[in-house]
Design a protein around this ligand. Structure first.
Ligand code: ME8
Length: 500
């Protein structure tokens, strides 16, 4: 079977509600997968992280059992992707029996190889971050994470340990040989410095509470369980055919705050299991609010469901990926959202479609004229490969910049050629050529922008009179002149109605 390009998002903590930061990673993953599909098979996974003390505490505070609590919250998290027109091949919950069974199997295997052993752990633990901190890292005796700074607890227990320290040299060598394994480079540097600072073995069991994957004498550390989702969902334990198709993952997307788990602990776990690390872990920037990372615990959040309702999901998708380079932090505000919506989408793109189809209707009864010589075909011959390369390189904004050159060129063609004047002067062939370019350019835009705005581009496709959806192989579709003469277009409502 064909190998598939496999893309993952983090599995989000189920406590509390999703905010626009979670939507950001989910959307980016979807755009990446949809773009990759224009070139070949791809596979995608997202889900929820449901174990751990934080969830147990939140459930207790709500007067519920942890299982009741997570079952009530799961549908809301599951609806995040579809709310933003994002389609994943699988959604894993860490309470799924398939995940629990596979995690137990991992434990057994690593215990047999000696990568997991029984020892005593004493140290400081931050429950909010579900992280152990060495004394030297604490700030005023509190959690050093700037968004947390909560009091830490002293834990002393007999624990299962993962022999992380044994993988330090291999990790350092791997980092040096694969500079592109962790991106952007600033994160690679930070993780390399962490490795050079030394690695302790990792305690992977908890005995102070029982909400987790059962281990002899306790439950599995929530991060150990969570990281395993990427292979438990893809059949490491029970579907070797699927697993061989997708692993190692092509790109694992994360926010930069969880880079240490994904680039140090996770590859070591995979090696212990005899598996390869992912090809790339990309740690994207943060959405800020009031100058700080937007986060559930700070409460400085935008409700993604409300934003999608007001602006439309595709408009938010476009905004988030156009606003800043993927590795950088940026701020979301309603004013910025409105500006991008009204100007880039409403004026540049929406009006281009509306004007082009209106002129075609007026002068040619809505029928696409025959193809003619065009300079645009030559000028944009490489656009498909440029966009594919940039998106698979996680340069979403740069890909949109390249696509926007075509948007600009088509708008300029209207301004310069003035189809209404060509019509008046009786220059029918010239008018045909311009109208053809506009329709063909719009067909290209629907194909190229489809991964970014699937619903709007499907509507664009429909208005252009084309069958099915623009989910197509670009190598087959992106030939200037492929749009058939006499295609009957069908203008409809404005794509991006103005928002005041
Ligand atoms: O860390 N800006 O879950 P989580 C950009 N369960 N992205 C953001 C963001 C922001 N302000 N806030 C959140 C966990 N994200 C673990 C992961 S994976 C095996 C376990 C996104 O609910 C970003 O992808 O805290 C970040 O890494 C993730 O949500 C954290 O979600």
């Amino acid at each position: 079977m064909d190998r598939a390009f496999f893309v993952t998002t983090p599995i989000y903590y189920i406590s509390g509600n999703p905010h626009i930061g979670h939507a950001y990673t989910t959307i980016a993953a979807d755009v990446l997968v949809r773009t990759a599909r224009a070139a070949g098979p791809a596979y995608s996974l997202t889900g929820t992280d449901e174990h751990g003390q934080k969830v147990a505490n939140a459930a207790a505070a709500a007067g519920k059992t942890p299982q009741q609590y997570v079952d009530e919250l799961a549908p809301r998290w599951r609806s995040l992707a579809p709310t933003f027109n994002a389609k994943f091949d699988d959604f894993i919950r860490t309470t799924d029996p398939r995940h629990v069974k596979a995690c137990v199997a991992v434990f057994e295997q690593l215990r047999a190889t000696g990568d997991i052993y029984l020892g005593t752990y004493e140290g400081w633990y931050c429950t909010n971050d579900e992280t152990f901190w060495p004394e030297s890292k604490l700030i005023d005796g509190r959690c050093p994470n700037p968004e947390c700074r909560r009091a830490v607890d002293w834990l002393s227990e007999e624990d299962w340990f993962f022999k992380l320290s044994a993988y330090r040299d291999r990790l350092i060598a791997y980092f040096k040989e694969h500079r592109g394994f962790v991106r952007p480079p600033a994160v690679w540097n930070e993780m390399m410095a962490t490795l050079e600072g030394g690695l302790d073995d990792l305690s992977i069991s908890r005995t102070s509470f029982d909400w987790g994957i059962p281990l002899p004498g306790g439950v599995m550390y929530v991060w150990f369980d969570a990281l395993l989702n990427y292979i438990t969902a893809t059949g490491w334990h029970d579907d070797p055919e699927l697993f061989a198709r997708v692993w190692p993952a092509g790109v694992q997307l994360i926010g930069k705050e969880i880079a240490r788990f994904h680039t140090i602990i996770w590859p070591a776990m995979l090696w212990a299991l005899g598996l390869e690390p992912p090809r790339l872990v990309y740690a994207h920037g943060w959405i800020l609010s009031d100058g700080q990372k937007m986060s559930k615990s700070l409460g400085n959040v935008f409700d993604p469901f409300a934003l999608a309702e007001t602006y439309g999901a595709d408009s938010i998708r476009y905004f988030l990926l156009r606003e800043a380079p993927f590795g950088s932090d940026f701020t979301v505000s309603e004013e910025k959202l409105r500006t991008r919506h009204n100007s880039d989408l409403g004026n540049d793109l929406g009006n281009l479609l509306r004007r082009s189809l209106a002129m075609l209707m007026r002068y040619r009864n809505g029928l696409v004229p025959p193809a003619a010589e065009s300079q645009l075909g030559e000028r944009f011959a490489d656009l498909g490969s440029t966009v594919l390369e940039r998106v698979t390189n996680l340069q979403f904004r740069e890909a949109l910049d390249a696509i926007w050159e075509l948007v600009t060129a088509l708008n300029r063609e209207i301004e310069e050629e003035k189809p209404w004047a060509l019509h008046k002067a009786g220059l029918g062939d010239r008018l045909d050529a311009v109208l053809y370019d506009l329709c063909e350019g719009l067909r290209w835009l629907a194909l190229l922008l489809y991964p970014f705005m699937p619903v709007k581009c499907a509507e664009m496709w429909r208005q252009l009179g084309l069958p099915g959806t623009p989910e197509r192989l670009w190598t087959e579709e992106l030939h200037w002149g492929a749009l058939a003469a006499n295609t009957q277009t069908d203008p409809g409502d404005a794509l991006f109605p103005r928002i005041e």
